[in-house]
Design a protein around this ligand. Structure first.
Ligand code: NAP
Length: 276
């Protein structure tokens, strides 16, 4: 089994490695994680017995986790990734290592100015991956073979849906599924608020709204039902649901969703530029 080293054990890094352990895709002994403080290393070691930790606040730690790992997942923020990639490059062996980056907005072209020969795969996960219902967009850099891209697909398939896309589509995926959980949560809050206003307890209102979103998604994915068909199927003539749908359209719900994705993509581009 290969060792997977995570540079950065924050929300995403931890969600990925803990998911791989939980699903049995890896054992704790196959995972190495780096943090920038010894305290954080200690917390992760206590929480995940068997996982090895490194302090990568300096080059020594980067060298150590690179030597310990076959696959290296860069899970720090875009602005923090440059120093890591610069240091890591000195210890990478292109015949052994595979680098995977989850940094939003950071292109393979840009990363390959640091990681020159070692195969590199860019992925864009989302937070529902922490409960095995994630979406991960994947694209290979110029030195990654189709088999290496497939290896990353297989790793992230343990945590939900993993799709290979041309890199030019990764931004769109970032807006829809990377940022989408927040947009869905906002809509969910709106449904739940209405339920509370109509007399439901907050707990019940949130749970039934969440299950409604989850169930609707499942019908689209597993029942292979187009969402427009699903909507029409719930709207009976002169009924209550069509009245609600018209209200949503009068309030431009689809335009608002599309605008949210576009705003998010604009921001992803700006953050990636700032990080250079
Ligand atoms: N959150 C999302 O929904 C999402 C979705 C897709 C992609 N991403 C991408 O995932 C990456 C991480 O995001 P996140 O949400 O997980 O953020 P986060 O929770 O802030 O995690 C980033 C982690 O990197 C650590 N770090 C920084 N410099 C380090 C170094 N030199 N060595 C080791 N660790 C270091 C930070 O340590 P400290 O704890 O000491 O600050 C922190 O734990 C970002 O590039 C982001 O664009 C996030």
């Amino acid at each position: 089994m290969k060792t997977i080293g995570f540079i950065g054990g924050g929300k995403m890094g931890e969600a990925i490695f803990s998911g791989l352990i939980r699903t049995g895709a890896c054992s704790a002994g196959d995972i190495a994680v780096s943090c920038r403080t010894n305290e954080k290393c200690g917390v992760l070691e206590a929480k995940y017995p068997g996982v090895r930790t490194y302090n990568t606040s300096g080059e020594e730690g980067v060298a150590a986790i690179t030597k310990d790992s076959d696959v290296l997942v860069i899970a720090v923020h875009p602005g923090e990734g440059n120093a890591i990639m610069e240091q890591m490059e000195k210890y990478l062996d292109p015949a052994r290592h595979l680098v995977v980056s989850i940094m939003a907005g950071v292109t393979t072209d840009y990363m390959e100015t640091f990681i020159k020969k070692t195969p590199l795969v860019r992925v864009m996960p989302n937070t529902p991956l922490s409960v095995g219902e994630g979406v991960t967009g994947i694209c290979g850099g110029k030195n990654a073979s189709p088999e290496q891209v497939e290896e990353v697909v297989s790793m992230f398939s343990n945590l939900g849906l993993a799709v290979v896309l041309p890199e030019k589509n990764i931004e769109a995926l970032t807006g829809v599924s990377g940022c989408g959980p927040a947009f869905c949560a906002q809509f969910l809050c709106g449904l739940a608020d209405a339920g509370v206003a109509l007399g439901l307890t907050r707990d019940i209102a949130i749970r039934i709204a969440a299950q409604t979103l989850a169930g609707t998604g499942k019908m689209v994915l597993e029942g292979n039902v187009h969402p427009e068909v699903l909507k029409d199927g719930v709207c009976s003539p002169g009924g209550s649901t069509i009245a609600g749908c018209i209200y949503l359209e009068q309030n431009a719900v689809r335009g608002a969703a599309a605008g949210a994705v576009q705003a998010a993509v604009n921001r992803v581009k700006a953050v990636a530029e700032e990080a250079k």
